[in-house]
Design a binder for this molecule. Structure first.
Ligand code: GUN
Length: 298
């Protein structure tokens, strides 16, 4: 069997177009653009790339983008004051503080300072609690993007065995919660899990989010399973390469021969993250303005 390739790039483009439609409708209904504020502290090169692409995508979706940059040696109090100002600003619907923060800042404290109803990353404990108890809130963008791809591929997920490899707050734990909400039987595997290959072989759905290049092998996969690869790892350059290849957490070339469907790296989960961020920001705008956004529209 050769797995079908799940085209996250195409799905993300469709979602972004839908978000654009809803952002225009929001502007017509409310008389203002939906607004997303992104805060970058310091000059981490990868974070700068992310923040630039978020800005571009926000503007392309017809939303207002507010970018705030603080120097790497800014005091934590300065960042907290900026977050308080954005919380109070009615033109800002969503706030994203780009992580990681410099080591002298307490990430948990900064996330806790964001108004939960503007927390489009879904990292605030109030949103973590809402997700865990099935209340409406914001769900972290990457796992929600993975769920959208899974539902597009499989339809109803009820009763399926899902194994999530990785237990981070950003991907593994919220992914497990989402799959549980879809009535999957969910296992969270991690670095201390015994006999990981055997555990993964039970799964109809595998979500790999460990950050270990090509760790998941073909003989770990039940034939026909759906494999979602969240990993983005750069291999060391070989031969005449100037930069190493980007690979996921799944050994793509061999797993393709066993799985029913698989997301590639790049072009799978990656493009979904920003599309879902924009979706969360438009949802925030409707909620914060007290307007109704019917559930099936985004
Ligand atoms: N850094 C890497 N990914 C993310 C993300 O999804 N949100 C935030 N705030 N920072 C990140």
């Amino acid at each position: 069997m050769t797995a079908d390739v799940i085209d996250g790039k195409a799905f993300a483009a469709t979602l972004r177009a839908r978000v654009g439609t809803e952002a225009r409708r929001f502007e017509a209904d409310s008389g203002r653009k939906a607004g997303l504020a992104v805060v970058l502290v310091g000059e981490d090169p990868a974070s700068q790339v992310y923040v630039r692409s978020k800005h571009k995508a926000t503007v392309e979706a017809g939303m207002a983008s507010f970018e705030h940059r603080l120097p790497a040696d800014a005091a934590e109090a300065e960042l907290l004051a900026l977050v308080a100002q954005l919380n109070a600003d009615p033109s800002v619907d969503g706030i994203l503080v780009q992580l990681p923060l410099p080591p002298h800042m307490d990430e948990a404290k900064v996330i806790a300072a964001i108004d939960p109803d503007k927390d489009v990353d879904g990292f605030h404990v109030v949103n973590v609690g809402r997700l865990a108890t099935g209340l409406h809130g914001f769900v972290p963008c990457t796992p929600l993007g993975c769920l959208m791809l899974l539902k597009e591929r499989l339809g109803d997920l009820s009763g399926l065995e899902a194994v999530v490899i990785g237990r981070s707050n950003i991907v593994g734990k919220p992914m497990a919660q989402l799959l549980l909400q879809e009535s999957c039987t969910v296992t969270i595997a991690h670095s201390r899990t015994r006999n990981l290959p055997e555990m993964v072989r039970r799964a109809d759905i595998v979500v790999a989010a460990v950050g270990r290049p090509e760790m998941v092998k073909a003989d770990w996969i039940k034939p026909g399973a759906t494999v979602i690869d969240v990993g983005i790892n750069r291999l060391p350059p070989t031969g005449d390469e100037s930069k190493g290849r980007l690979v996921g957490d799944v050994a793509y070339d061999e797993v393709r021969d066993v799985a029913g469907a698989i997301t590639p790296v790049p072009g799978g989960v990656g493009p979904m993250t920003i599309a879902v961020l924009l979706r969360n920001a438009v949802v925030a705008a409707y909620r914060n303005a007290g307007l109704d956004l019917p559930k099936d529209r985004l």
